[in-house]
Design a binder for this molecule. Structure first.
Ligand code: ATP
Length: 252
């Protein structure tokens, strides 16, 4: 027996993928204006890992995230998430699936102007049937996790950009979802708050076994990730372990 056979490959020790995409294609527009954004993408994303998607502006990162998370229907290909063929579901089925399993942090944060931070974070709990005192306590705890306990009663117009981003992060994490899809979750954050959000992403994957897929331009995230996918012009051009930070150097 060779030494080789004694050492399992990293793939052999990984759990079944939580997200598997095959031949995913997506274009916007038609005719001469057609923009071919995703080009026959095959990818498997694993639970217990923080996976980053990086690449130049406009290469298709957010579009890929939307297709993998049930927000945008591809033109061709299949996406299986937690054993469910996502794009075989009808709209109600997709809504129910996302509600049950997914947490989202969007660019722009998608907060409701009339709701306080606490009410924004309570929303996914209420949809899941958690109401009253239990919902208040869970939502408040999630806000405290991102350092926003004192701002629980404020509305978006009274919050800074970074505070709004942290409300969106608390809302994504409050239900302990099996899957977290995050688009630029640290873009508005300073060093200290960036560290808080990176810690949440990291812990969700490592401690809860969540599948965390994150689009980012932020090089500070790389040292905390398990895997780095690079995209260019609608394709995955590199896929491997995220490089560790040089010793003694923390990007945060
Ligand atoms: N709803 C849409 N309708 C038409 N074109 C779109 C739509 N969404 C995205 N696109 C186009 O698809 C391409 C990829 O956009 P996408 O947002 O996926 O890129 P990205 O890599 O996430 O960019 P960035 O890093 O700047 O956020 C761009 O050319 C964009 O203009």
């Amino acid at each position: 027996m060779t030494m080789h056979a004694l050492v399992p490959s990293p793939d052999a020790t990984r759990a079944t993928p939580a997200v598997t995409a095959r031949g995913v294609d997506k274009s916007f527009g038609a005719g001469a204006a057609r923009n071919h954004v995703l080009k026959a993408i095959d990818i498997a994303i694993h639970p217990g890992e923080l996976t980053l998607i990086m690449g130049p502006s406009g290469c298709g990162k957010s579009t890929l995230l939307a297709v993998l998370s049930g927000l945008l229907r591809p033109d061709a290909g299949s996406v299986e998430v937690l054993g469910t063929a996502l794009w075989d579901l009808d709209d109600d089925g997709l809504d129910a699936f996302r509600l049950a399993h997914c947490g989202f942090v969007f660019q722009g944060f998608n907060l409701f102007g009339a709701l306080t931070a606490l009410e924004q974070v309570m929303l996914p709990l209420n949809y899941a049937g958690v109401t009253g005192r239990a919902a208040v306590e869970q939502a408040y705890a999630a806000l405290c996790d991102v350092g926003l306990g004192p701002q629980a009663g404020l509305r978006p117009s009274e919050l800074s950009g970074g505070q709004k981003q942290r409300v969106a992060v608390a809302r994504a994490f409050v239900k302990d979802p099996a899957l977290v899809f995050a688009d630029e979750p640290t873009s508005a954050l300073d060093k200290e708050n960036g560290q808080v959000v990176v810690g949440l992403l990291h812990r969700a994957a490592r401690e809860r076994g969540a599948t965390v897929l994150c689009v980012t331009h932020d090089p500070r995230l790389v040292a905390h990730a398990d895997r780095l996918l690079r995209m260019e012009d609608g394709r995955i051009t590199a896929d491997g372990p995220a490089p560790a930070a040089p010793s003694g150097h923390s990007p945060y």
